[in-house]
Design a protein around this ligand. Sequence first.
Ligand code: Z16
Length: 812
Amino acid sequence: MTDTKLEKLPESLDPKNVPLGEAVLRHLVYSVGKDASHAVRRDWCAALSLAVRDRMVDGWMDTTRRIYKEKAKRVYYLSMEFMIGRLLEDAISNMGLTAEAKGFFSEHGLDLQEILEAEPDPALGNGGLGRLAACFLDSMATVGVAGMGYGIRYEHGIFRQSFQDGWQLEEPEDWLIFGNNWEFHRPEVSYPISFGGSVQQDAQGKMVWTPSERILAGAFDTPIAGWQGKHVNTLRLWSARSAETLNLHQFNQGEFMAASRQQVLAESITKVLYPGDHTAEGRELRLKQEVFFTSASLQDLLHRFLLDNKDLTALPKHVAIQLNDTHPAIAVPELVRLLVDEHDMEFVQSFEIARGCLNYTNHTLLPEALEKWPLELIERCLPRHLQIIREIDNLFAAEIRAKFEGKDPAPMQAIDPHHGGWVRMGNLAFIGAKRVNGVSALHTELMKQTVFKDLHEVYPDRILNQTNGITPRRWLKECNPGLAELITETIGEDWVGDLSHISELVPYAEDKAFRDKFKAVKLENKKRLAAYIQSEVGIKVDPTALFDIQIKRIHEYKRQLMNALETMALYNAMKADPKAGWQPRVKIFAGKAAPSYTLAKLIIKLINDAAKVINNDPDVDGLLKLVFLPNYNVSAAEILIPGADLSEQISTAGFEASGTGNMKFALNGALTVGTLDGANVEIKEHVGDDNIFIFGLEADEVAARQHGGCQPWVTVAETPRLQEVVTQISSGFYSNGDTERFKGIVDNVLAHDYFQVTPDFQAYWDIQRKIDGEFKDQDTWQRMAVLNTANMGWFSADRTIRGYANDIWKAL
Ligand code: Z16
């Protein structure tokens, strides 16, 4: 640091002393370099972002100073994914600048909403896991946890989805193409990350790793302001570059490609997000991504710790690290390696330190999602880490043998020696963690009974639950301004910073005038959604129909197929008797399928093909529409969720760890049709049995059926509406007579049906018809809708973060 007398900046430089509009104009000209008369929306968006960012910086530095002064415990949230979505509205809203910004732009004949929409949507994640990390950033800053997010600055986020003849097409996403006005590049913050090579013992007996490849991790910081901007945390994303400089000699000889080889190889590490959501990606590049951001983050946090501490044994007192799934589980051996190899500590003590800081969140029980790496790959890329993993495994085995006589530690160890040898990252994370948590009450129980049964028996105090939550700022205040205003004018604004206050709405469920206003807001939101549908896919829908929405990644266990089959059965029934007084419905789907998930992509094609038939059939015009919206992302969710009447949460019981979309819908006054799965169970407890539509098999029944042989073809034969639909699909009714196209789906349902679509179909049909009836009684429906909004306070991510802070991090 330089020696300067300059401690406090002159008042005149404080951005708060300049009206926001003036700051925007100054940035437009002097930062963006555009004349107001030539500026396009994107330029205004850039100028506004920079002006708002200026307002955040003081709070950001204050927060840093306060953390130092108070020696607050630091929390590091390590996540491969942060699905942050657009940041400008969040920043304006949390900084209390909405009215000022709106006013300035309308004075100049511009619409703030349109300028907000010019911001690209950073989609640095696949689904719930990445969005949860983003909600946690907002809540850590709101609650006042000294938290920092660490992740990867992917050049390309999740692919952009479009449809070609109803088939999913994947195109690269390019969020950085016009620059990123939120981030601060920190060229001076850079750490080496090593791979390959070999390990030798030196004369003192110390292990010395000589890597064959070295890459640099560079830091990019985004400030994250909590509600009312008092506390501003940092999201630090790492970008890879080569440690080698350009080979000028080769370059001058005209060998341009060869000269740039090192750069290209290094930069490939942070090029693109892997698009699999529930599949472990066994590729070397994925392993390198995981090591890359985990090692950079650990080096960075150790460096920060050592700025004002000398004794690394005190690390667990000052630092808590949360591993978001097993993706950063290499942190267990990496932290030990840094302590032993770089800071000359003993192995056993180093492992105790690691086990004092690290915690692991599990997000799924699906076996195909549990990461495991071939020993051969770990040995080749990370020879020193493999040695340390073996040492940790030995220490763990000794601990088990000492505590439990006759217990075989082998099935619990990180290394599975069978079939060529594997490193099981879930086991490694569990062994190296102080606390392990699930993400809903049911999921945590199932963790104890299934994947971590044996480890739970030997460490019964390690597993605990932290039910997921969502930030009410983005998922109510910003995405649903109409409802937010109605709530605020009814009970005041406290709910934004403390969602438990929303329960003050409960008595208003009995107030007819309030219900009518609530319904009017919903109708406006449905009109906005109808306009969005019209512009995206050209389908006209009636805003007074029942809007029934299922939006999430496409997966067999989420059972979009069951919803689609029910839609086709409803179509048949309506067509057979159009005058039977049907409740008009709009069935809306959106979601991406992993590019390699053939069956999921076929389900998309089936829905798109069915939409073509149903939407063009005059017999059901005004009764039924089917819509699949392309490129579902955070921005689309912000339009879809406020416009929903019915939220589809119909996963096979026992398979959805929590769900968070379920919470967003219910908070925005949609009723849930769902199974007793994930957080649905807890939503039911909060909103009340009478205000939610629960159906279907329960988790234990599902497990029994999956293990015992069941015969789906028999069930289909016994379920006439389902039988009819299956026959139509296989005879080419939705595929111009092509009987081959959907064979993959039909065969799967008839022969295996692992996810229990056939046994749940009739119950699903029945409850949907019950829903039709209840929707017709709008007074009762609106009463239930109000009670959903009013009873969702507990699902704030602020509550979740307090839970982590109290039970896991000891940081409040
Ligand atoms: C993901 O989004 C989730 C789990 C997982 O293993 C991988 C990804 Cl990318 C989801 C769960 O499916 C969902 O139930 C849960 O709500 C979410 O993680 C956040 O915990």
